[in-house]
Ligand binder design. Structure first.
Ligand code: ZN
Length: 268
């Protein structure tokens, strides 16, 4: 699942490739936009809001193309005539401008909304860890609105703060010494955790590979994420994986039983 910094980089790629350019061809390969043609319109900008991408396009009307990578999606820029990096049938959006082709593959959301309707597609989000609206106090406040909820689940809830996926959730709980199932209201120094979230994404948004340990070597980039059964980098205890989240929407949470002890059960 792409994290906020991956989406930020995708927005930057689209922005650099398309902004200020006239669209020479568009192809929307989703049923609801099958007849839409925006050739002749001009792309003004692409921004990310949490894990959402907003590509603003001005023609006869002001449109916003709203896309979301969900689990498997990606935006790639392909030079003219070059082979696409993914199978053609996975393409959902093709935007040609200035001699380059931007192709969105396996996108989880593709919709075109009037510019004025942008708040309806991203207005529910909490403060964006990499956005101009970032506000750590608001993020802490939103997390604490549901104090009983496990911190791992709360960090993934984009309406609390926007940009954390499974990977950073595990790494944040580890570096904070907190079990992912700890009620968020019982996590000490939540402000520090939120600040670290911002730092992790901000550091990684400039990197080609994501690392939370600071080590960029393969297999050494993460503290616990996808390292179940491997020894914890701090204490050697085998890393474990559990599920967090509501039934039907569980996510894998990696954790070290020594560095992130579970809270003792409350007295009955
Ligand atoms: Zn450990």
């Amino acid at each position: 699942m792409p994290e906020g910094d991956t989406v930020f980089r995708a927005a930057r790629l689209l922005h650099r490739t398309l902004s200020g350019r006239l669209l020479t061809r568009t192809d929307f390969r989703v049923p609801q936009l099958a007849t839409t043609d925006l050739a002749g319109a001009v792309v003004t900008e692409t921004v990310s809001r949490g894990k959402h991408l907003l590509t603003r396009i001005d023609g006869a009307d002001s449109w916003t193309l709203h896309t979301h990578l969900k689990m498997e999606g990606t935006w790639r820029v392909v030079p003219p005539g070059a082979r696409w990096p993914r199978p053609v049938h996975q393409a959902r959006v093709v935007l040609e401008a200035g001699g380059a082709t931007a192709v969105g593959f396996s996108l989880g959301i593709v919709e075109l909304v009037a510019r004025a309707e942008e708040p309806e597609v991203v207005g529910h989000l909490g403060p964006d860890l990499l956005g101009p609206d970032w506000d750590e106090d608001t993020a802490v406040h939103r997390l604490l609105e549901l104090p009983e909820r496990p911190v791992g689940e709360s960090l993934l809830d984009q309406t609390r703060l926007a940009g954390v996926g499974n990977m950073y959730m595990a790494e944040l709980c580890f570096t904070h010494g907190t079990h992912p199932l700890t009620p968020v209201g019982a996590v000490p120094d939540l402000l520090r955790l939120v600040r670290r979230a911002r730092l992790m994404l901000d550091t990684n948004k400039e990197r080609a590979v994501q690392s939370t340990t600071g080590n960029l070597r393969e297999r050494e980039r993460m503290w616990v994420y996808r390292r179940d059964r491997s020894p914890c980098r701090r204490c050697g205890t085998p890393v474990r994986v559990d599920q967090v989240g509501p039934p039907g929407r569980e996510r894998a949470a990696y954790w070290c039983p020594s560095c992130q002890p579970a809270l003792a059960a409350p007295p009955a």
